[in-house]
Design a binder for this molecule. Structure first.
Ligand code: PRX
Length: 560
């Protein structure tokens, strides 16, 4: 990892200039970054022209056409490899068909497909044509889909009416004007596509800061926002992250467990491994592919070398006991997306015997902002991170909870803006701090020496008679109690203190006497680790807890 740069503003132009050389530019860039007026928005490599699909596929054909690009683990647990040449052919065929349907640069294409290579083909076909893809997660509800369609007004929706193990399929909106809806499970589609099978469609060269996609945030804490990402900056950032942060070799088989409708799926399930010419594993969600022994058998069978998932998935996997398959191929497990608790990390190191890295980032950033081992993390590359008191903007003293900010820029690959809403982008995410633009993460953090510990969203803080307690602090304190499987802390109103802690707990099978004992243990532990104010007002035992499609707890649904 690199240290803070000499410019002292979290921006190292020389570094990014060099990293950009690993990409194919059809037209070279002159400047590394350009500020949009005096505001917080940035354009990366603005004069350069490139294409994401060309960099992910075409440029690999000379040297690695026969290398496996995607290993698809389908919903029945069967494995299907796809080479770079085959993927390139399929992308060209779909691009050609989409061009025939009139899809042009700048059009939005909404992709509501299961986790099959077709979803990756559709994303790459869009970027080939310069169209903007909007991928939604495969388990999206009808309401959430309708909301996204209304927001991004797509010219085309690609969906798949065959359930492929998905529990329910959303209703596909068909009423909008100038919108084509195509069912990729239909015979008509298969027949049409067959006519384009050997076509070659040239890539459309886009200005580096033209949008490549919109991704709606998962929205655990509010209305989803359309994050708009560029083309060149994103590709440069992902490649740089693989080289310097993930330290990847040329033989890697990378498995990102997230659905492609989530940012992790976009960045490290599809684009980063393909841009680097590696092999990526796409695993369709189903009972036979669920976290646990099935995963460990898949790692052994496919020789997976790196794996990226969320801590909650490892907690689920733990319920099935130690891995019963060899994990010797696995070099590193990356955990991102929610606070990492000590007991999960210890299990990965001691029981899985795999090195474990904690990556903190957001849909907005597109790739990791902070990284490290354990919970105390450092800024990735030249970013300049600080914890401030959100009320007065002063730096928080060491050990005191504040808000994490990133000074000046998030770097290339972060959001350009919010879809059709520059004002909300500027106002929600950026603040002026000592004459400098700073990105507000809206996450609570504490500084530990020159490292940072993330505690959770700002709205995941409980105010107990003026004492602020992060839900993650409570959850961390309890994660390794015997019998505990999952725990979520939430706020509950209290007439005197304003708020108190309410706990929602999933345990192994316990008798009522054991439950009563566990409650005592919970109280004792919370007083020891967090103080008396953390004593919960109520403890609820649940069989399971509600989660988002990306595996995060839906705290809002857990009302006391
Ligand atoms: O609260 C932080 C939490 O997840 C949020 C971003 O979620 P999303 O937009 O879905 O992007 C996830 C990309 C991995 C953050 O604002 N978060 C993410 N990673 C961590 C984390 N909290 C603690 N530790 C992490 N490593």
């Amino acid at each position: 990892m690199l240290t803070a740069d000499a410019e002292g503003e979290g921006l190292n132009r020389v570094f990014w200039q060099q990293e950009a050389q690993h990409l194919h530019w059809q037209y070279p860039f002159e400047q590394v970054v350009k500020y949009v007026e005096d505001g917080p928005r940035r354009r990366w490599f603005p004069e350069g022209k490139t294409n994401l699909c060309f960099n992910a596929l075409d440029r690999h054909l000379a040297l690695r056409a026969d290398r496996c690009a995607i290993i698809h683990r389908d919903f029945c647990g069967e494995t299907h490899p796809l080479s770079y040449r085959e993927l390139w052919q399929q992308v060209n065929a779909l691009s050609s068909l989409m061009a025939e349907w009139g899809i042009r640069q700048g059009d939005r294409v909404l992709i509501a497909l299961p986790m099959t290579p077709l979803a990756a083909v559709a994303m790459l076909a869009c970027t080939r044509l310069g169209a903007i893809h909007v991928v939604v997660y495969s388990s999206i509800t009808s309401d959430a889909l309708a909301q996204r369609v209304q927001a991004c007004t797509p010219a085309l929706i690609l969906h798949h009416s065959d359930s492929r193990g998905r529990e329910s399929l959303p209703t596909i909106p068909t009423t909008a004007e100038n919108m084509r809806v195509v069912d990729t499970a239909s015979a008509a589609y298969v027949k049409q596509l067959a006519l384009h099978m050997d076509r070659h469609v040239p890539c459309v060269w886009l200005s580096s800061s033209e949008p490549s996609h919109i991704l709606f945030t998962s929205g655990t804490s509010g209305v989803p926002k359309g994050i708009v990402r560029d083309t060149g900056g994103y590709a440069v950032a992902l490649l740089a992250s693989l080289r310097h942060l993930f330290n990847l070799a040329d033989d890697e088989i990378f498995f990102t467990s997230a659905d492609i409708g989530w940012v992790t799926g976009h960045s490290y399930g599809i684009y980063a491994p393909l841009l680097a010419g590696l092999t990526t594993v796409m695993c369709e969600s189903s009972a036979v592919n669920a976290p646990g022994q099935n995963w460990w058998h898949m790692v052994a069978e496919l020789g997976i070398t790196r794996m990226l998932t969320i801590a909650g998935a490892i907690r689920l996997a733990r319920r099935q006991g130690p891995p019963r398959a060899s994990l010797t191929s696995l070099r590193t497990l990356y955990l991102a997306g929610e606070p990492l608790d000590e007991s999960t990390e210890t299990w990965v190191r001691d029981v899985m015997a795999v090195s474990c890295e904690n990556h903190y980032w957001q849909t907005e950033s597109g790739w990791p902002l902070l990284a490290g081992q354990g919970t105390a993390l450092s800024a990735v590359f030249s970013r300049s991170a600080e914890v401030i008191n959100p009320l007065n903007g002063e730096a928080s003293p060491e050990g005191e909870t504040g808000m994490l900010i990133i000074k000046n820029t998030l770097g290339p690959g972060a959001m350009l803006t919010l879809w059709q809403d520059d004002t909300q982008h500027d106002q929600r995410y950026w603040l002026q701090h000592r004459g400098q633009w700073c990105y507000a993460t809206h996450d609570c953090a504490i500084r530990q020496g020159n490292k940072i510990v993330i505690q959770g969203r700002m709205d995941d803080v409980i105010n107990i008679g003026g004492k602020r307690l992060a839900t993650a602090e409570v959850e961390n304190a309890l994660g390794d109690l015997p019998g505990m499987v999952e725990v979520v802390a939430n706020r509950t109103p209290h007439p005197l203190l304003g708020e108190m802690v309410a706990l929602f707990v999933v345990t192994e099978a316990l008798t009522s006497t054991q439950q009563a004992l566990l409650k005592q243990e919970i109280r004792k532990r919370l007083v020891e680790r967090c103080g008396r104010h953390a004593l919960p007002r109520r403890i609820h035992f649940r069989y399971q807890l509600p989660k988002t499609f990306s595996g995060k707890f839906l705290r809002r649904m857990l009302l006391d």
